[in-house]
Write a protein that binds this ligand. Structure first.
Ligand code: 5RP
Length: 235
């Protein structure tokens, strides 16, 4: 488990990555707003520029938490509609490999995050140094699952070797965690993922799995901060 010192050090890296990502935003852009602590730093810092009149942008959030934060910091929001495309989406990741394949969904927002990232011309990942790995799989792979389908999804994931664990609500451990859509979240421990494409294909055809947290070929660049150095990774 990370010590408090590690956590604050990683939080500084997250803030640094978020600050750098704000430089990628241009006046007039439509911006996808990610979810999680790194994305929250980005939204907060972007809001400062908007309130100062330095940037006129609009955004759509990938979760209710990010939507509330965006409102608080003064970012004008647009609702989903046909034809809506984002110039840039900035979001965090739980893990990213050198090809920019990602595991996402640690914050439970993987479905909306994938919808917005896929509706974007450019997805930029912001991450602290702990997220960059040689191979995905240490972080358990999140799934969003329709509640009725849960027992069969657990069986199917176990058959694939994924050791599925139903996510518990952190605020109230007597309850299950739910996504913003009211679905359940299941964390799957596959170990090192040797064939991410194959696994993604196997998971998405299981009835009741609404989405999995593998983002393959979606991110175009990542800003990874190690101490005070920024590394720009492109696939
Ligand atoms: C939420 C996500 C987040 O991007 C991911 O969990 C990283 O979060 P953080 O920036 O707090 O480390 O996928 O569903």
């Amino acid at each position: 488990m990370a010590s408090a010192q590690d956590t604050s050090h990683l939080d500084q890296e997250k803030q640094h990555a978020a600050r750098a990502a704000v430089q990628w935003v241009r006046d007039g852009m439509l911006v996808g707003l990610g979810t999680g602590s790194t994305a929250a730093h980005f939204i907060t810092q972007l809001g400062e520029k908007v309130r100062a009149g330095e940037l006129r942008i609009q955004g759509t959030a990938t979760s209710l938490a990010s939507e509330n934060l965006a409102r608080q910091v003064g970012i004008p929001l647009v609702e989903p509609r046909r034809g809506l495309r984002f110039d840039l989406t900035v979001d965090g990741a739980d893990e990213l490999d050198p090809q920019l394949n990602l595991i996402k969904g640690g914050g439970g927002a993987l479905l909306r995050e994938k919808i917005i990232a896929t509706a974007s011309d450019y997805m930029l990942v912001v991450a602290d140094s702990s997220k960059a790995v040689a191979q995905l799989g240490k972080f358990p792979l999140p799934l969003e699952v329709v509640p009725f389908a849960l027992p069969w999804v657990l069986d199917a994931v176990a058959d694939l070797g994924g050791n599925p664990v139903l996510r518990i609500n952190r605020q109230d451990p007597s309850k299950q965690a739910h996504s913003d859509q009211g679905n359940l979240l299941v964390d799957c421990h596959f170990g090192q993922l040797n064939d991410v494409e194959k696994l993604a294909g196997q998971l998405i055809v299981i009835p009741g799995i609404v989405e999995h947290g593998l983002f393959l070929g979606i991110a175009k660049a990542a800003l990874v901060v190690r101490h005070d150095q920024i590394e720009v990774i492109r696939p």
